[in-house]
Design a protein around this ligand. Structure first.
Ligand SMILES: C[S@@+](CC[C@H](N)C(=O)[O-])C[C@H]1O[C@@H](n2cnc3c(N)ncnc32)[C@H](O)[C@@H]1O
Length: 394
């Protein structure tokens, strides 16, 4: 990632415009500074870390733009605006390729209540992409959503879609358990989960759980299918018990059944003569529409100055979600930024809360409206409101 070491010096007055960037404000904490940077495409923070006689300038991890070129240009422009003396930099390196977002890649919000006239199939954890590519070519009239969390696999599938001029795959870089919560009821024809990570030592990380299966049934059309394929005996037994406890669906179990296309993993397991298990769930239920949950409007008083005097690194733990107030940054007496993480224990969200004129705004400003995120949002705002009332000495 592009970064630069510059000689320690004072910042220029902000806001300041330079080369198409607006450096709007500086927010400072005990550990680092954030520079709120606006470009034509995106708003994000540059992070500045003070070391003995130098400042390290880079893009902040939570808000950084996907296009590395924007980060490079922003760092250059910020150094130029401040007239900082560069000691070392890699912002001109050709390694920082301009990465344009592929048309095949969609962010998770694209699928909020997504509807299509075509049949939709989802592959969770597509790995090398062999299976989803095969299906997309075989059924050009269907739409395929491939969801993965492993970046190299995502890059590989995007490249293949481009090379093979495939038009019916959407690639999503996110946790599949959240995607399901966003989809409309009765909208999906098939969900494939082939060779999921068994997570024998950390079962809470498994994709398959009671909650996941209930959510799958909700999004599957009547007679829609979920197909689990696994080489792990333990994962098979765990899943079989969960599947068999479900009502209103048919379950088919097969052992060592060959399918049309064999993935890299499957080839490996077959060579090792391992057994391969399929559990297929056929949904027999028409589900009611998803309850629309949105954050409540929050109109209670917020006072940054009191929040700042009473701030401590704090974690609020609830049964299935948490809120962590990680760090606080001051812009001026009445405004600042709070670094937070929140949401479900398996898939947390990381954000900044910008508080200016007693108004709260998240950066990045969107998050998936899952039950855990909505409840976290409520707790965050209530907690900040309570802290606002405490006064300087708590
Ligand atoms: C063992 S690999 C199998 C890949 C592929 N299905 C195959 O058969 O070759 C499991 C894949 O699931 C992905 N994965 C694990 N948890 C996931 C989640 N919660 N959401 C989406 N993908 C996930 C992993 O990154 C990994 O690529």
């Amino acid at each position: 990632m592009p970064n630069a070491h510059v000689k320690k010096d004072n910042y220029c007055q902000m806001p300041i415009k330079n080369d198409g960037f607006l450096f709007e404000f500086l927010a400072s904490s005990k550990y680092d500074d954030l520079v709120f940077t606006k470009s034509k495409e995106e708003n994000f923070f540059l992070q500045v870390i003070d070391k003995k006689k130098i400042k390290l300038i880079k893009a902040d991890k939570i808000t950084k733009p996907t296009n590395v070129k924007i980060v490079q240009d922003a760092i250059k422009s910020f150094i130029d605006a401040n007239n900082f003396e560069i000691l070392h930099e890699n912002i001109n390196s050709s390694k920082n390729h301009l990465k344009k977002k592929s048309n095949y890649q969609k962010d998770i919000f694209y699928f909020d209540d997504y509807k299509s006239d075509k049949k939709i199939e989802i592959e969770i954890g597509f790995g090398s992409g062999r299976h989803i590519l095969h299906l997309a070519k075989k059924f050009p009239d269907k739409e395929f959503i491939g969801i993965e969390i492993h970046k190299p696999s995502i890059e590989q599938l995007l490249k293949q879609c481009q090379l093979q001029n495939i038009k019916n795959i959407f690639v999503v870089d996110f946790d599949a358990r959240i995607l399901l919560q966003m989809l409309s009821s009765n909208s999906i024809d098939t969900i494939y989960i082939h060779f999921p990570v068994p997570w024998d030592k950390k079962p809470h990380r498994r994709v398959i759980s009671k909650e996941f299966l209930n959510e799958s049934i909700r999004v599957l059309k009547k007679n829609g299918k979920l197909e689990l394929r696994s080489d792990s005996e333990k994962y098979f037994e765990y899943s079989r018990d969960l599947f068999l406890s479900l009502q209103k669906c048919e379950i088919v179990i097969r052992k060592n059944n060959n399918i049309e296309i064999s993935s890299k993993y499957e080839d490996r397991w077959k060579k090792m003569e391992k057994n391969i298990y399929d559990i297929i769930l056929i949904n027999k239920e028409f589900s009611k529409e998803k309850e629309k949950i949105v954050p409540e409007k929050f109109e209670k008083e917020i006072n940054f100055s009191n929040i700042y005097s009473n701030f401590s690194n704090k974690i609020i733990r609830e049964d299935d979600f948490f809120v962590h107030f990680e760090n606080i940054y001051k812009i001026d007496k009445n405004s600042g930024v709070i670094k937070i993480s929140f949401g479900s224990y398996d898939k947390s969200e990381h954000r900044y809360l910008i508080i200016i004129n007693d108004q709260l705004n998240y950066l990045p400003n969107k998050f998936a409206f899952t039950k855990q995120n909505i409840l976290s949002d409520k707790i965050i705002k209530e907690y900040l409101h309570e802290t606002s009332k405490k006064g300087i000495y708590g």
